[in-house]
Design a protein around this ligand. Sequence first.
Ligand code: GDP
Length: 318
Amino acid sequence: MPAMQPESRIYVAGHRGLVGGAILRRLHAEGYTNVITRGSRDLDLRDQAAVRAFFAAEQPEFVFLAAAKVGGILANSTYPAQFLYDNMMIAANVINAAHEHGVTKLLNLGSSCIYPRLAPQPLKEDYLLTGPLEDTNRAYAVAKIAAIELCDSYRTQYGSDFISGMPTNLYGPGDNFDLKGSHVLPALLRKMVDAKEAGAKTVEVWGSGTPLREFLYVDDLADACVFLMEQVSEPGPINIGTGTDLTIRDLAHEIADVVGFTGDLAFDASKPDGTPRKLMDVSRLAGLGWTARTTLRDGLEKTYAWYLANREQALAAR
Ligand code: GDP
């Protein structure tokens, strides 16, 4: 199987997002000169004809499929139709076009929410499709499961080298800081910065604070993606995470410490907790030779510094 070369034609789908942006930074830093990107205004990945025409014109050899409709617990529960439709269409169009145009290798990215809500912890890849999904993100999860199945089916039927990486909850530079659409980490970081600046005494934290979540710094994810693209050719999901988690309450305290917010936390029980825990078992990826490097503290400090330096961009409508 030919590996990526400095001149390879590499398409990063979703380069304006948290994940695609980190992959793009990484590829540029490593000296890849033919990285292809398109914004969603120039190429609607839900449009099959447009995706076909794009692949015919650009002939990418390697594809990082990081384009997706994503959001936190509230956005997922409010717009399930968009999370299901957009993500199914994006996956079907890009994966099929990659097949039709002879792409050498494709990395499809999903999420830890593909696993059953009450699966044993930590989550092994084998637990896929062994039980009911978490309600608050079932639509998104079904689309992501279908994308894994697509990659595996093209591998079985056509021998396509399409693989699937399943990252845990991610954070870092380029994240979505919109309070209604974002995930917990950027939301709490923004709320604490605002509270500190305004001299407010409390910050609201959704839910009970007891759910456990695992957080991976997005530059570590980009590192894992390049590793997978270069070294791994296997069907099925491959978990990408740190292998450790903490409660939302502890996360909130850690963020408060980094930001220097000294007020109180107010837990809002009217907001959903979501799944109680979704810790990744990362032994498969560790066995292949990759482990995460950035500690939560380091990652939070870097993300906080990025947010302060890029606040306008971070808060701009997406
Ligand atoms: P999830 O991992 O899919 O559940 O997505 P989130 O990152 O949106 O939420 C993770 C957990 O953090 C849930 O238990 C939320 O209720 C909790 N949480 C606490 N405060 C916030 C907040 O301000 N925004 C979000 N999105 N979640 C919050």
